[in-house]
Design a binder for this molecule. Structure first.
Ligand SMILES: CC(C)(COP(=O)(O)OP(=O)(O)OC[C@H]1O[C@@H](n2cnc3c(N)ncnc32)[C@H](O)[C@@H]1OP(=O)(O)O)[C@@H](O)C(=O)NCCC(=O)NCCS
Length: 215
């Protein structure tokens, strides 16, 4: 159940969060592309990743959410099933979060926070153990995400870095796992695949990214 204050804010602001409809797939890919364009790289790949998530065996329709202001979609978030292989070779299920997008002219008004908190509530209700993501620690720490290394979870090739984060959805649920996150196929794409996919959208100029993630 959503907290009372959370539900009140949502109704006061005429904001509604719900599962995306199939008829909104293209619109949310478009929103994702507009939001990420030239942000972390020239152009972006997040709209293709979203598209591939939806075709993947790991897709969870309950965790593909839109945030509407009135009837207009201003935000979107998705989480898909992820696998963590422990030291015994056993596979444990968690979630991989992202991309998450809030329409550019609606950012920094709390909508991203609403959407992420809502996703966390739904994922907990569904009984998932934890969430992984690649993101800015300054932003995701406020939701309780920590460095994945704190749970002894690494990338597929045994690495940890600041942006690789994890959140437990119940007490010690991730601590009980420990292991390597097997990167979902839907995050992997070739330059050619991205170029071909991008041609389905209006042409946009690629520029130097606004945010340098290696800085
Ligand atoms: C990141 C994003 C989803 C946050 O949603 P939002 O509605 O703008 O954020 P909120 O209003 O809930 O929270 C605002 C806070 O987030 C911070 N913030 C916004 N975008 C951020 C980003 N990309 N990285 C780090 N912090 C960010 C703001 O500085 C603000 O911080 P403060 O509370 O300390 O002042 C949204 O800004 C967005 O779509 N950004 C572009 C795409 C993107 O970067 N997605 C996430 C990839 S990790």
């Amino acid at each position: 159940m959503l907290g009372v204050w959370h539900a009140q804010i949502i109704s006061i602001m005429n904001i509604n969060i719900r599962k995306v409809k199939k008829s909104e797939y293209k619109q949310t890919e478009y929103l994702t592309r507009e939001t990420f364009w030239n942000l972390y790289q020239p152009g972006c790949s997040e709209h293709l990743i979203l598209h591939n998530h939806r075709k993947s065996k790991d897709y969870v329709e309950e965790l593909d959410l839109v945030l509407l202001q009135g009837t207009m979609i201003i935000g979107h978030i998705i989480a898909i099933r992820a696998e963590i292989v422990d030291h015994n070779g056993s596979t444990n299920e968690a979630l991989l979060v992202g991309p998450v997008s809030i329409r550019q002219n609606q950012q920094s008004q709390g909508w991203g926070t609403q959407l992420i908190n809502h996703l966390i509530v739904v994922a907990k209700e569904m009984g998932y153990s934890g969430m992984l993501l690649y993101g800015n620690p300054d932003y995701y720490r406020r939701f309780g995400f920590k460095n994945a290394g704190d749970f002894e979870i690494t990338t597929e090739d045994g690495k940890n870095f600041d942006a690789f984060m994890a959140l437990e959805l119940s007490k010690a649920s991730l601590n009980a796992i420990k292991g390597r996150f097997l990167m979902n196929k839907s995050i992997k794409y070739s330059k050619e695949e991205l170029e071909e996919f991008d041609q389905k959208f209006p042409q946009k100029e690629k520029k130097a990214p606004k945010i340098n993630i290696n800085a």
